[in-house]
Ligand binder design. Structure first.
Ligand code: SGN
Ligand code: CA
Length: 513
């Protein structure tokens, strides 16, 4: 009797299942430390990234895209939960363990009938939850012959270069591993282009003839900006000559020399021979030049830019390969392709590498999307968006309900080409990792759509900074406390308070506004 009942229901269920098949898929490509200055559809001074640009050309480029906390683990936790760091609990890389029992976007997508998979960098310490398939690297992962953690907890050392491997695994999942009757979301999370910028062997010589222009605030003296003066991410002072610049001298010890040797020790002997041949010749040349002061400073900058650009070259190829696969498989018409990074990065601006600060280069992150049929937006999207918006956007795209407690907002109306009234006019930021590597002080702040920014650095410092981005886009002139700024400061403090209340940040109790 019961069987018959089920059988009778089957035809009724069919249209719903067919509907499910037509739902949009999502391929969410995220890189590490890739900044908009190094992506030609945002900035063509430095590199060409034709495949990344292809995404924007067939969809949209967000020109005001930001993170909530400019660091890997925290950024990933914001993206998974749609909530700020103080709510999702993963505030910093050094002590964070993501609580995987909480509500996350992949779990909600599973409930909505989606297949979920993540391949590559995870960086949240606890095991992934909410994924039907995962294959991640421990911690930061390695560029050469990386170790992967499998779902049964075992580890496999994969042969080759990380960026190629992540792409291979992604395509393999799409082609062979997924259940093709269901819509899916695939997180392809690359290690590129994180420090320590180890290029793929075939691109060792790429960009070697290029001299990169030096940013005009490369020799920043940090006047009026105490936190900026106290960081440890200056190219001149803090880039390790062996590890970062790759000048290896067996007789010279630098703090990260052993880390470097372990890292390049992962290469097979054929790759290693080519690698050594290339960088040893640089080291010989470097030694002969006896560089000091400004010349050494700029030498380090050029090495940094070239190696970062080489790593990016392989990444761009692989994004191209991913897009080509989707096209060939007939998936593009029904798949949203998202490309972003876990945060932006300094390419010599203020004399820096790394990120963390709420200044524009690292507060912002590239975000481009190739849109499936039915989503009509094209070109630039000017509205301010943040990585807490990805979770509600993907849920919305999937036709799933967006829970009330999610703090981000869905970008779907923007992707449809709508011009929503009452879009947010300001964004909240809070960075927590201090004291820690690179010594960027804890800080929080507000940035408004009309180009004002107010930041408070705290803990063993108590400093406020105010910027007018329209007049001072490089954030060199701290206006806080200057005559004539009373009114705007008051307004921004009020806005900051409103955001801290809205997002329920307990820091407001510590520093009432
Ligand atoms: C590593 C790097 C740092 C970097 C952090 C965080 N040091 O610790 O330079 O700021 O990761 O980066 S290294 O010696 O290991 O290269 S994040 O993107 O993962 O947050
Ligand atoms: Ca990162």
């Amino acid at each position: 009797m019961e069987k018959k009942h089920l059988f009778m229901l089957t035809p009724l269920l069919l249209p719903a299942i067919a509907g499910a098949q037509e739902r949009y898929n999502i391929v969410y490509i995220m890189t590490d430390d890739h900044t908009a200055q190094m992506m030609s559809c945002y900035d063509n001074r430095y590199v060409e990234t034709p495949n990344l640009d292809r995404i924007a050309e067939n969809g949209v480029r967000f020109v005001n895209s930001f993170v909530a906390n400019s660091l890997s683990g925290p950024s990933r936790a914001c993206m998974l939960t749609g909530k700020h760091s103080h709510i999702n609990g993963f505030t910093n890389n050094e002590h964070g363990i993501f609580d995987g029992s909480q509500q996350t976007m992949p779990k909600l997508l599973q409930k909505a009938g989606y297949q979920t998979a993540i391949i590559g960098k995870w960086h949240l310490v606890s095991e992934p939850t909410g994924f039907d398939y995962w294959n991640i690297v421990p911690g930061q992962g390695d560029y050469y012959n990386p170790t992967f953690i499998n779902m049964d907890g075992s580890e496999t050392i994969e042969k080759g270069y990380m960026t190629n491997i992540v792409t291979d695994k992604g395509i393999d999942w799409l082609e062979h591993k997924r259940d093709k009757s269901k819509p899916f979301i695939l997180f392809l999370h690359h290690k590129a282009c994180h420090r320590d910028w180890l290029p793929e062997i075939k691109y060792l010589r790429e960009y070697e003839d290029k001299t990169f222009p030096i940013p005009d605030n490369f020799y920043d003296d940090y006047k009026g900006r105490k936190a900026a003066a106290q960081q440890e991410m200056n190219i001149y002072q803090h880039m390790d000559l062996t590890y970062d610049v790759k000048i290896y001298d067996p007789n010279v010890n630098t703090p990260l020399k052993n880390t470097y040797l372990n890292m390049i020790g992962r290469m097979n002997s054929a790759d290693r021979a080519k690698y050594d041949y290339f960088y040893d010749s640089l080291a010989i040349d470097f030694k002969a030049r006896h560089l000091e002061g400004k010349a050494l400073h700029e030498y380090k900058y050029q090495r940094y830019m070239r190696d970062y650009a080489k790593v990016l070259k392989t990444l761009d190829d692989n994004v191209g390969r991913t897009l080509d696969y989707l096209e060939k498989a007939g998936l593009l018409k029904n798949t949203l392709v998202v490309y972003t990074s876990d945060q932006g990065f300094y390419m010599g601006e203020h004399g820096w590498f790394d990120k963390r600060f709420m200044y524009e280069e690292s507060f912002s992150t590239p975000l481009v999307m190739m849109l499936p049929e039915g989503l009509k937006a094209r070109g630039d999207i000017e509205q301010m968006v943040q990585n807490i918006d990805y979770a509600p956007t993907f849920l919305d795209i999937a036709g799933a309900e967006i829970p009330e407690d999610i703090q981000g907002v869905s970008l779907l109306p923007l992707l449809k080409g709508e011009k929503p009234r009452n879009w947010r006019k300001s964004l909240y930021y809070h960075y927590h990792e201090y004291p820690a590597e690179h010594m960027v002080k804890r800080h929080y702040g507000v940035r408004t759509e009309d180009g004002w920014k107010l930041i408070h650095f705290y803990r063993d410092i108590d400093e406020w900074e105010l910027y007018n981005l329209n007049e001072d886009p490089k954030e060199m002139n701290n206006l806080y406390g200057k005559p004539g700024t009373e009114k705007i400061t008051k307004k921004l403090r009020k806005e900051l308070k409103k955001l801290q209340q809205q997002y329920d940040d307990p820091i407001l109790d510590q520093f009432p506004l």
